[in-house]
Write a new protein. Structure first.
Length: 132
């Protein structure tokens, strides 16, 4: 199965809503990263204006970096309405280097994403360049 997912220009503050976000990833904690995993009910809890990051409660593990965090613009038509709002880029670890997995959200060990507003204009430029 393949397809495209739209991207919207979501700012840091746009993401801090009660909306449900989803993620598909090849995380190493699910089937050793050989099969895509699906997670629903992800929420964004905080952000850093200075760093341009948004912090979320998705259950991350190595291999999930680069996964789109998306929502359905029209839940009645999920096959045609998925919209990427941010891209997961990192997870904090405990001071002993162990990954934070399955623990409740914490501002001291959040998962980190980049809101689409950070890369949206570059994405549009790249799309236009392919049309030339």
């Amino acid at each position: 199965t393949f397809g495209w997912i739209a991207v919207t220009e979501s700012s840091l503050s746009d993401l801090l809503t009660e909306r449900n976000y989803y993620m598909l990833s090849y995380s190493s904690d699910f089937q050793r990263g050989q099969v895509a995993g699906w997670q629903s009910g992800i929420r964004f809890h905080n952000y850093s204006w200075i760093r341009g990051e948004v912090y979320h409660d998705g259950d991350m593990s190595p291999g999930a970096s680069g996964s789109g965090l998306f929502y359905f613009d029209d839940p009645a038509q999920p096959e045609t309405s998925a919209v990427v709002a941010a891209v997961h880029m990192a997870q904090y670890t405990y001071s002993n280097g162990k990954y934070v997995q399955g623990d409740p959200y914490s501002n001291s060990t959040p998962n980190v994403a980049v809101p689409s507003s950070t890369f949206y204009s570059t994405l549009l430029q790249a799309i236009e360049a392919t049309k030339r």
